[in-house]
Structures are given as C-alpha cells and as structure tokens.
Design a protein around this ligand. Structure first.
Ligand code: NAP
Length: 335
C-alpha cells in the first residue's frame, strides 16, 4: 500500500522532499499540498504529478486523501499543524524546529502522550548521514574508548540579509545540538556562547562567526563553530575525541580532477547536495515504518529538547556567560 502524503509548505525543502517522495522513495505518493503562496503550491503540485491543492494546511490534514503529513512550512506555524495531526490521529513528520518555543513543544508532547502512541517525528536528518553514523559506530564499538569532547564545525558560503544572530542557534546550530545529544546519548544541560572576531564579510547586524560550548549531564563538552559567511563553501565537520582515540566525520567528495600535476577534490557548496542522501534515508525510514504501522525517527521529545537548548542558547549570545538548560520530566512514551 502506498502511503499518501500531504505536504504543508511548498517552499525550498517542501518541494525537495516532495520530489524525493514521488521518485526515489519507495511506498509513498504525494496526494495533497498547501501553502499560503497558492501559486507556489500549484507549481509544486504540477511538478509532483498533480497533487490536489488545498486552501489551508488544516483542511489538508482533515482530508481522506491524506494518510500522513509532512510539515515544511515556516517554523512559527509548526505547532498548530502538528497538534492538528495528533488530533486527527495522523502521522506527521515535522521539519526542524518542532516548534520555536518551549511552551509549544510541551503542548505537542502533552497531546501526543494523551493520544497514547507516537505519531510525530522531527526532521533531524544528520542522524541518517553515513559520516555521522560512522562516528557513532566508532563510539559504540568501543574503538575510541570513552567519549570526552565533540568538536563541530558548520560553515555556510553566505546567508541572506534576513538572517539574524539568533538564527545561528535556532536555524543552524540546532543541527549540532541534535547531533550532540544523539552521539553522546545525554541531554545538554548548559550553554555558553563566545563571540570570536567578526568576519569583514558579515552584515553589520550579524555576529559571525559564533562559537558555542555545550555541556552534557555528565560533563562532556560539545563545541560548535558556526560561520554563516565562510565564502568558500558549505562545510560540516565533526570529531569525537575519546579516551583511546578519535573518530572524524568524512565529508563526501562530489567530484575529483587531476590537472597540471595537481589533484583537486570538489566538495559540496550547498546543504541540499551535501545532505541529499541523508534526507532520502530519513524519508524512506519514515515511510517504511508507516507501512509497518510504526513511527520511526527522532521523536517529539528530541524536538522539544533541541528547542530547550537553542532557546537558552539565544539568551547566552547576549548574556556572555554559561547558562543552564532545564527540561520537563521525560514522559514514558519517549523512553
Ligand atoms: P521556505 O522556502 O520559506 O518555505 C516555507 C513555505 O511555507 C513558504 O512558501 C511559506 O510562505 C509557507 N508558509 C508560511 N506559512 C504557512 C502556512 N500557515 N501554511 C502553509 N504554508 C505556509 O522555507 P524552507 O527553507 O523550505 O524551510 C521550511 C522549514 O524547513 C523551516 O522550518 C526550516 O527550518 C526547515 N528546514 C530544514 C532543513 C534541514 O536541513 N532539516 C533545511 C531547510 C529548511 P511565505 O513565504 O509566504 O511565508
């Protein structure tokens, strides 16, 4: 049986996910789309083979033509749509963030717990990247001993003028927050942000680069350099230092060339290319799980925890000191 997916928000990632769901992903079709930009929804519906265009996300969720919902609208709208999916008893994959505020994430958790089984997954696709998975395997095999420090680097060629210093946490470092929790297997309990010297290429309103230090429950450190206007390319790095050795993520080489006695490797310049296979694996895992009647992927708790950390991270940008992160008690549904 094909899982009939409805997509709310047909912008950059909604269209990209939709293309995968109608081509490379087995077991799914896209039957419905909705976007406040109606023209954009119609264009994407045509690209996806004639999905029905709905006036609103809420109407789409109620439709009998939709088995599962993909929420790829702007972050501020996520909670309303995820809560409506839970009320309708429909599985939902929500792009990050689960919701921008801790209070909204708590409402989602309360609603899912009241429903009694998991329906929600959050789009933390790095967990499906072979490089990150190799780092996790190295740790789990015991080869590098006990984990001590995780070093992360996240560089973008450039960002638009609308990008703000807070978005370094809420939009970008949220990926490192999730990867740190997932690799180290502990909650992050404190954040400190240290502003390095600013690049001359940043817009005046933007502190760029930024450097954050996250601390886990047992005192492990996870450092993140985020550089929004690094110019040279899209570059994500990760090294886990253990008591016996280290494991580093290997970035995929997109193409190589040998000319004039010099060997050159082209690496990704764009996040869609770099993490394309991870997005596909994330979607396939979700769809295959639904075919078996299971919800497989990062849970609403993972989305909640990430929002708790980045919201404190935003305060830490201006506080200039280490701030603690607190969590609600973890419900049994997410054990
Ligand atoms: P985008 O290109 O701006 O697309 C979002 C679309 O949703 C826009 O067309 C927007 O219209 C529409 N929208 C806004 N409110 C809506 C509503 N109430 N109902 C239906 N549609 C609505 O943004 P994007 O880059 O695709 O990002 C979308 C989400 O995915 C964000 O949460 C982002 O953080 C996440 N994302 C995740 C990754 C990842 O690596 N996992 C990568 C990229 C994006 P307007 O333009 O009029 O607001």
């Amino acid at each position: 049986m094909s899982i009939r997916v409805g997509i709310i928000g047909t912008g950059l990632i909604g269209e990209a996910h939709g293309r995968k769901l109608t081509s490379t992903i087995g077991g799914s079709s896209v039957t419905a789309v909705a976007d406040v930009q109606r023209g954009r929804a119609e264009e994407v519906a045509a690209v996806l083979g004639g999905a029905k265009v709905f006036e609103s996300g809420l109407e789409l969720i109620e439709s009998d033509a939709v088995d599962a919902v993909l929420v790829t609208s702007v972050g501020e709208t996520h909670a309303e749509f995820v809560l409506a999916c839970i009320a309708a008893g429909k599985p939902v994959m929500c792009e990050k963030p689960l919701a921008p505020t801790v209070a909204e994430c708590e409402r989602i958790i309360e609603a899912e717990v009241a429903h009694g089984s998991r329906l929600v997954i959050v789009g933390f696709m790095r967990r499906y990247d072979p490089g990150y998975q190799q780092v996790k395997s190295a740790l789990e095999s015991g080869a590098i001993g006990e984990p001590l420090i995780l070093h992360n680097v996240h560089r973008n060629p450039s960002v638009p003028e609308s990008y703000t210093s807070s978005m370094t946490m809420t939009d970008s470092m949220i990926h490192e927050v999730d990867v740190s929790r997932w690799l180290l297997g502990e909650e992050l309990t404190a954040v400190q942000v240290i502003p390095p010297k600013r690049t001359p290429n940043a817009l005046p309103h933007l502190q760029d680069p930024q450097f954050a230090v996250f601390t886990t429950e047992s005192g492990l450190l996870s450092t993140v350099e985020f550089f929004a206007n690094a110019q040279y390319g899209y570059d994500v790095r990760c090294e886990l230092v253990g008591s016996l050795g280290t494991s580093s993520l290997v970035n995929p080489v997109v193409a190589g060339a040998v000319t004039d006695g010099t060997s050159k490797e082209r690496v990704s310049t764009d996040w869609r290319e770099r993490f394309g296979p991870a997005y596909a694996a994330e979607l396939q895992t979700w769809i295959s799980g639904l075919e078996r009647g299971e919800t497989v992927g990062p849970s609403a708790w993972e989305g909640y925890a990430a929002t708790c950390v980045v919201q404190v991270g935003v305060q830490a940008v201006s506080a200039g000191r280490r701030l603690s992160v607190d969590y609600m008690e973890r419900p049994g549904l997410y054990e």
